[in-house]
Design a protein around this ligand. Structure first.
Ligand code: DGL
Length: 190
């Protein structure tokens, strides 16, 4: 069984294509709606909450857990892989979404824009991964505080969301008007 973890509802945008591509795979989804959003929390909190979610999914019988959440992938994945798995769960695996998304972008663009919650922007995880894959790639990040809360509250089609998104787009284009690809670096945004 494959475990999929997110800070809330957002990771369902990752679970759906997994089901479409691997229809016979059984999955278990855990969204931490009670404590979302993660994107405004400290690195330590994100690490502790993510680890709790991962432990829960391991205990349910998932030997592989995907952190669908960009924020958890950016702020907690490496520490879980390096410090927790070898000692406590040597036969289990945790994977994230930052590296695969960065690999896709590196193949398709040299000027990349990124919308994300504040903690993902602060981690600079995408900036580092993309630099690693192609030092010439220019990454322009825009933090979108409040957007996850609106989506978790079911207000994705509201004037407040429209205004917030328009402001983020304006900021991005003010920083670089020649962006080729934009990554919605949060599972809630699609
Ligand atoms: N869904 C998460 C992500 O992909 C984070 C949203 C949040 O909890 O702030 O980054």
């Amino acid at each position: 069984m494959l475990g999929v973890f997110d800070s809330g509802f957002g990771g369902l945008t990752v679970l759906k294509p997994i089901h479409q591509r691997l229809p016979t795979l059984s999955t278990m989804y855990l969204g931490d709606n009670a404590r979302a959003p993660y994107g405004v929390r400290s690195q330590e909190e994100i690490f502790q909450f993510t680890l709790e979610g991962v432990r829960f999914l391991f205990e349910q019988g998932c030997p592989l857990v995907i952190l669908a959440c960009n924020t958890a992938s950016a702020q907690a994945l490496r520490r879980i892989q390096q410090d927790v798995l070898p000692l406590e769960y040597p036969d289990s695996r945790v994977l994230g979404v930052v590296r695969p998304a960065a690999e896709y972008l590196a193949k398709h663009a040299t000027r990349v824009g990124l919308f994300a919650p504040p903690a993902t922007v602060e981690s600079a995880a995408y900036v580092h991964e993309l630099y690693d894959l192609g030092p010439a790639i220019k990454v322009t990040q825009v933090a979108c505080p409040g957007l996850t809360d609106l989506i978790e509250a079911g207000k994705q089609d509201s004037p407040a969301t429209d205004t917030l998104v328009a402001g983020c787009v304006k900021q991005l284009l003010a920083k670089d008007e020649h962006i080729e690809e934009v990554l919605l670096a949060c599972t809630h945004y699609p």
